[in-house]
Design a protein around this ligand. Sequence first.
Ligand code: ARG
Length: 458
Amino acid sequence: MPKQKLWGGRFTQPTDKFVEEFTASIDFDKRLYHQDIRGSIAHARMLGKQGIISMDDMESIVHGLQEILRQIEAGQFTFSVALEDIHMNIESRLSDKIGEAGKRLHTGRSRNDQVALDIRLYLRDEIVEISAYLDLLIDALIEQAEKNIQVIMPGYTHLQTAQPILFSHHLMAYVEMFRRDRGRMEDCLKRMNVSPLGAGALAGTTFPIDREHVAEQLDFPDTTRNSLDSVSDRDFALEFLAGSSILMMHLSRFSEELILWSTSEFKFIELSDGFCTGSSIMPQKKNPDVPELVRGKTGRVYGNLMALLTVMKGLPLAYNKDMQEDKEPLFDTIDTVKGSLKIFVDMIRELRVNAERMLAAAGGGYSTATDVADYLVRKGMPFRDAHEVVGKCVAYCVSSGKDLPGLTLEEWRSFSSRFDEDIADSITLEASVNARSATGGTARERVLAEICRAKEGR
Ligand code: ARG
């Protein structure tokens, strides 16, 4: 009975059934089948080249593994919990298929370096996909920013009307965030992109292996440099989870704004029907479920980061079984991030903008008060004094029910003799926006220039 296990040699009693289930990872790590087989083929070729196994054995291992790959992809492979994980499921099937040669595959290798390799291979591909989704989202935002370049909206601090800005400027702020997210993904890919195979269980191997040959076959530019670190390091997974958490935080903030902007109080935007649902009791409702769910799903990605950080924090070198707990948080994060990005791309593409509502709101809340102060500064008044004067103008407007553009020259002059006719033109929404023309400002020319830069990927 214990002989069925690939490690059964030193055991005299069978594994407890529940222990078997409890320790198995096959239910989730079967996702790694492709990477596991790819890694094993590279390892077998290297063993053959080095004369550690015969070329005949190498050939039959490679063919056997290719056949298993086809079977898994055709849904004809039965995974077994008794065989614990993806590595032993495949290896055991290989030996059933090709006999003796199959049992030579694991020479000079351990599941510890094997799993470290598989996750790296898997994550590497997923990061490429996530980056591609980020590019699509950035493109969709740029497209909306160009299309709506005329639209002025209120900019906020403390969610109180602050200064008028271009809606495009607001969208381009998210472009900056998502470009940083992409940078973080690329960065984590760089450190992840080294082959750990050859570390063995922890100390290396007694066989004359060629680690560089394995790395080359698997498109790794380099190999890890310390065998203990190779099998006990999950920094690359943590970096990915941390980058994903920040990315989800960005999506969540954006979601919050989309939800707020689509309320009947704001009505700045309309999400297309396909991204909303109705209420089973209130016939008038159109709920922004998609951004709400993305905002909600941010929690599980943070949780996944905390889960893996906590798994790793007390682990002595090198491999510990605790590390099998790395996979579910990783897979869940990959699914959540990809799903959220995918749905966001389409939602942004189909976003409809209510330019009149935004413009009307942009003029409220004394949003050009800073422009009045800046006007006085240009007329020679120190900024702190100007701030005080305009504060009094605003208080006057509040008590008399007026707004700043509605004041007569006489009224302006009652606060400072520095006011002239040209005050009216200085505080239109257009003038306010376009006056902010230094790098990073909301002036239309500046935003257009940033759109150009972003399109060129600079
Ligand atoms: N299923 C294991 C994991 O995911 C593979 C490595 C197991 N190594 C070991 N020595 N038990 O971590």
